[in-house]
Write a protein that binds this ligand. Structure first.
Ligand SMILES: [Zn+2]
Length: 341
């Protein structure tokens, strides 16, 4: 299938070999492979890593799998890291390699065949934003149009959900006062607020603000994989009620019932997640959020060039062309338009 695709989350710009994004490189994502996969646009994450992130397991006597908590990142460190990474995206735009989407017209232009690859600039974990939000306008002017208040760690705004399996996402407190102000100011400016990595208390705090449609850019259904990072049926239902969406993540551990990070995971588990969410809250509330370059994805899918295989698998499983076009593009277009206007 050669429908245009919008993908909700990649970590391409913070890979060490990011410079190869124009001509081709390792990993999951570069501009030539975007073209091969008909992935016309995507949300490009700027993620400031924690010092000493180890993925060591915490000993637990209940048999659950838990990874060591990620260290908090100081605002000055995150500003240095994130502004450099965002600068790379702007330099790619200046050189004519991609377009940075600043309004919905850019997304609509990206839908056309032959359009320039298009990036929505996103901050994953808002440590680079100061507590008084003084630099948020600067980020907006630079093209920031999407922001996740937290990665899976705490900051001054909220508490990210630690990686635990099996576990409820209901771990830790909700938004701080600064977190409420951040969400409100993002809504005023026209920056989408992304709920992936937020814990459940924070999710309900944002839901209660009616700031915009609820969006989890790269998550999956807790009913199929009971990991702390996934969304319960109650959360999914609220996302549907808000006219939001879930971008289904391709990271194998969040798709499978056993939390295994395993490249041999069949592509079909992504289809099953999409089917589950679609049956529960409607096909207009499910989309794609790969996490390419940020996770292990099914070998059968491979990389961004393999996305048409997923669309074909959706067709084989009974989704109509119109439904697949919604999942692949139009649902993302709707929520971006709602937050950006
Ligand atoms: Zn993530």
């Amino acid at each position: 299938m050669d429908l245009p695709v919008f993908d909700g989350h990649n970590d391409a710009i913070t890979r060490d070999d990011w410079e190869g994004i124009v001509t081709g490189r390792g990993g999951h994502w570069d501009l030539p492979r975007m073209r091969q996969g008909n992935v016309h646009a995507g949300i490009f994450a700027v993620f400031s890593p924690s010092e000493g992130l180890s993925w060591d397991r915490v000993a637990r006597d209940d048999g659950a799998t838990e990874f060591s908590p990620a260290a908090e990142v100081r605002c000055p460190d995150a500003i240095a890291y994130a502004s450099a990474a965002a600068g790379r995206v702007l330099a790619l735009e200046r050189a004519g390699h991609l377009r940075v989407a600043r309004g919905i017209a850019d997304i609509d232009a990206a839908h056309a065949n032959g359009a320039l690859p298009t990036a929505v600039l996103h901050i994953e974990g808002a440590e680079a934003i100061d507590e008084n939000l003084e630099n948020l306008d600067l980020w907006y002017q630079a093209g920031l149009r999407s922001l996740g208040p937290v990665w899976s760690r705490a900051n001054v705004f909220a508490h990210g959900v630690p990686f635990i399996f099996p576990s409820s996402p209901d771990i830790g407190p909700g938004l701080s006062d600064a977190g409420f102000r951040l969400v409100r100011r993002c809504a005023e400016l026209g920056i989408l607020v992304d709920l992936s990595h937020l814990n459940e208390a924070g999710f309900w705090d944002v839901a209660g603000m009616n700031a915009g449609p609820l969006v989890a850019s790269h998550s999956a259904a807790h009913a199929l994989c009971p990991a702390s990072r996934n969304l319960t049926d109650r959360q999914l239902t609220e996302i549907g009620v808000s006219n939001g969406l879930v971008g289904i993540v391709f990271a194998t551990e969040f798709l499978r019932p056993d939390f295994a990070e395993d490249a041999d995971t069949p592509l079909q588990v992504i289809v099953e997640q999409i089917r589950y969410v679609s049956d529960l809250i409607g096909v207009e509330h499910v989309a794609l959020g790969s996490d390419f370059d940020g996770a292990m994805v099914p070998e059968e899918l491979g990389d961004v060039a393999g996305v048409p295989k997923l669309l074909a698998a959706l067709a084989d499983s009974g989704f109509s062309n119109e439904e697949i076009a919604s999942i692949a593009w139009h649902n993302w277009r709707r929520v971006l338009d709602a937050w950006w206007r």
